[in-house]
Design a protein around this ligand. Structure first.
Ligand code: FES
Length: 137
């Protein structure tokens, strides 16, 4: 069983570095006397942990069924074009990244739903998404 403290250590790493590095995995493994593989498998299980650098503003567009039907793909397409990056990538200025494969955010009745950092936006349109990124620029 993996102790909760490994999850806390991974969360601290995310807060400090913005992503989980290979050296962080090794350091945490050593700290909790488990193998790096065990730490890696915990980190890869939870969507909150990422192994690649993130932008200052992380945009997650829900691609769950309700949001997909409500037009999330159009929002995602506009965002990719507007920012010039794909999912899992960071803009050259480091200001934005688009999270990959965002699952249901638990607000299906307000689809499409977008999360920017810790803030949830409901009933988002392509125009509203454009306004949100303009406000963050
Ligand atoms: S499917 Fe998007 S919030 Fe549930």
């Amino acid at each position: 069983m993996i102790p909760d403290s490994i999850i806390v250590a991974l969360q601290n790493e995310m807060q400090q570095a913005g992503y989980i590095t290979r050296s962080a995995v090794e350091r945490i493994a050593k700290q909790f006397h488990v193998s790096p593989t065990q730490v890696y498998s915990v980190a890869s299980f939870y969507q909150q942990f990422t192994f690649t650098p993130q932008g200052k503003n992380v945009i997650a567009i829900c691609t769950g069924t309700a949001c997909f039907i409500a037009g999330a793909e159009k929002i995602l397409a506009m965002l990719k074009k507007e920012l010039g990056i794909g999912e899992g990538e960071v803009t050259a200025d480091g200001k934005f990244s688009i999270q990959k494969n965002t699952r249901c955010l638990g607000k299906c009745s307000s689809a499409p739903v977008v999360m920017v950092n810790d803030q949830i936006y409901e009933n988002v349109t392509v125009a509203r998404m454009k306004e949100i990124i303009d406000e963050l620029r």
